[in-house]
Every structure is written in C-alpha cells, then in structure tokens.
Design a protein around this ligand. Structure first.
Ligand SMILES: Cc1ncc(COP(=O)(O)O)c(C=O)c1O
Length: 361
C-alpha cells in the first residue's frame, strides 16, 4: 500500500468505512429549523403563528437535537454533548443504526438470545439478515465469538439482558470490542440504572467501534414519553444524523426529559430504583418459595422458570396469575417455554403478589 493510500485509509473514520456508501455523499434534509436565521418574523417553516397551548413554542417545530436535553444527558453519562444523540426511545436508536450501517439484502447483524426481540425485528424490516447466536448455559457470550459473528456489521449485546436479567462483566464486553475492531459493538444499557457499576459508557472515549444505547423508559419512569439515547464517538453520531428524521423529539417530550435529568429527577430515579430492587428481592424469594427456579436479577425484572420436577408448573402458574389479574410476560422461544418474566413493582402491588404466591395451588 502506498503512503498516500495508507494516509487516506487512516484519515477515514470507522463510521465512514462501515456506513452505507450512499450516505457518504448525502446532504441531510435541510429543515427550516436546521437552516435557522435571525429576526422577529418567522415565516420560513409553514408553521402557524398561533400557539393554542400553554406550552411555549408548541406551534413551532422543535430542534432536531434539543441542546439542553443533549447536554443534560451528556452530563449524566459523563460524556461530551458531541457523543450523544437522542431518539424516540432506544427502539428508534436500534433502527437508526441498522439503517445507517446495513445494506439491505447484503449485510447482517448478530445478537445473542434469548434477548430483546427488536434487534432482529428491526433488522428484518429492512431486509437485513440476523445471525441469531445464543448465550451459553451460564448466560454469557460464547467463547469463539469473533468467528461466530462473521461479517456482521453490528453486534448487539444487551446488558443487563432482557429477558434473562443476567449480566456480562464489562471486562468481557471490552474483550469483544477489542476483538472486533471493524464491527460496531452495540451495548444496550436500557436497564443500567439498576446495575450502574456494569456500564461500559466510559469506554466510548477509548473505542470508536462502541455504541451504548440508553433510555428514559425504565428507571426514569418515562416509557410513555419515548425518549432514548445513543452514545458513541462523534463520527458515528454524525453519520446517524444523516438518517434521523428532522424532528424526532416532540417539544413536550424534551421538556419532560430535561426535568427527569435534573439533579432532583436523578435523585428521585435513584430512590425509586432502590425501592424496586428491594421489592424485586422480596418477589424473587417468594417465587423461589413457590417452587420456581429464579435467575439472578440485575434489571427491574426477574425471570422465573417453572420447570422443576413436582413443583409449580408454568401452565398452573399462568392460570393462577390470570385469575388474580396479574399480567406478567410469557415467551414463545422454546428455551423460555417454562419461564415467566415478572417486572418489579410498587410496595403495595408486591404485597399483593406475595399474598398470591404464598397460597398453595
Ligand atoms: C433491552 C431493551 N432495549 C430497548 C428497549 C426499548 O426501549 P425504549 O422504550 O427506549 O424504546 C427495551 C424495552 O423493553 C429493552 O428491554
């Protein structure tokens, strides 16, 4: 390779090398908001001049990436604002990554089941192949991961993992990031507030192939607001910005999210996480006493298997829950046929669940 060729390869970011080629020359849609301007009479976006709501500015299009929201999340995550992108939930971030980096009909993603279903569904909706690998018997990543992953563009690791609630140590994730320098390793930390010590967010500074996904839907109690985050190096964020919709974050959502990420909001979240974890422990103990095999729970839910001989069977448990008006989650995946996932809940509802579980079938 000539010196010039080498320099030009090095000068190209990983994001540019992995992105769908047509994005490299694509000029993102220039919304009126993006173009901006100065003055008192704003008639550049076909908006209404009338604000019929109490929310200031609701008649105007919002910022694509509201700066205050981005800065708040950057501060919360310990990153720079250039390493943060906000989206309609982590689900949209998953989709954006696939649309930015995978060529339909040619590229693939890899994930490790049983895991969150949207990685595969999102890929399939874009005609992107899914290399559906499995966690091992101890719910850890397989030994020969790089060869199993093959030429997947994106590798999704959910940590803590939904629906098992189990975790992979940050050192093991870092080893994967190192072993796949030309693949984007996407670590979905939707539940990380329940086990913050396991986050790999600090590694974003160090590795250009790491993407971390976050959400306000879980610990921050804002599932209805649809607000998630992608954390990655600037080149990846810049590339995804070519694909994102012009106005992905509704104004009321940005307001709610900014409040949730205030010092008081974060403190309230942490108090609620403590309450939920305490109730989760009570629930796990009651499930064990009721004959279930319960996995260690690092998120805000516990996966209970009703597969032990002469103990509560899954069908019986499902019937009991239904009769008591309890809606928990069962699965079609054959590996989870005997399992039910229970989300942690309030003191009162946990008391009611415990009372149910203590009754003999
Ligand atoms: C692991 C995981 N990632 C992402 C999501 C989606 O999060 P959001 O509500 O931010 O789209 C969920 C939702 O259940 C999840 O379990």
């Amino acid at each position: 390779m000539s010196v010039e060729a080498k320099i030009s390869v090095n000068a190209t970011s990983l994001a540019e090398r992995l992105a769908r080629p047509e994005l490299l020359s694509l000029e993102p849609y220039q919304s009126a908001r993006r173009i901006g301007g100065e003055g008192q009479i704003w008639i550049n976006a076909n908006e209404s001049p009338f604000n019929n709501s109490e929310l200031e500015g609701l008649n105007r299009y919002p910022e694509c990436q509201p700066p205050e929201l981005i800065q708040r999340y950057a501060d919360y995550a310990g990153l720079s604002s250039r390493q943060v992108l906000t989206s309609r939930g982590a689900d949209e971030a998953i989709e954006l990554l696939i649309r930015t980096f995978c060529i339909p009909g040619r590229d693939s993603i890899a994930c490790f089941g049983p895991t969150y279903g949207m990685y595969a569904i999102s890929a399939q909706t874009f005609n992107v192949d899914v290399n559906a690998l499995r966690l091992d018997a101890a719910y850890q990543l397989p030994q020969d991961l790089p060869s199993l992953v093959g030429d997947a563009k994106l590798v999704f690791i959910c940590n803590p993992n939904n629906p098992t609630g189990t975790v992979i140590e940050p050192d093991a994730i870092e080893a994967v990031i190192r072993s796949l320098p030309d693949t984007l390793v996407v670590v979905d930390e939707a539940y990380i507030e329940f086990s913050p010590e396991l986050s790999v967010v600090k590694l974003v500074e160090r590795y250009d192939n790491l993407v971390v996904l976050r959400t306000l839907s879980k610990a921050f109690a804002l599932a209805g607001a649809r607000c998630g985050f992608m954390l990655a190096n600037e080149a990846i964020i810049e590339m995804v910005m070519r694909v994102i919709a012009p106005y992905p974050v509704p104004l009321p959502v940005a307001k709610l999210a900014i409040e949730a990420l205030s010092a008081e909001g974060i403190e309230r979240m942490q108090t609620q996480v403590d309450t939920l974890k305490a109730n989760g422990e009570r629930l796990a103990a009651a499930l064990t006493a009721a004959g279930a095999r319960v996995l260690p729970a690092f998120g805000n839910f516990v996966l209970a298997y009703f597969d032990q001989a002469n103990e509560a069977k899954v069908g019986e448990m499902q019937a009991r829950l239904k009769q008591a008006g309890v809606v928990a989650r069962a699965y079609k995946d054959p590996a989870l046929a005997d399992a039910i996932r229970f989300s942690f809940t309030s003191d009162e509802q946990t008391d009611a669940l415990l009372a149910q579980l203590s009754q003999r079938a």
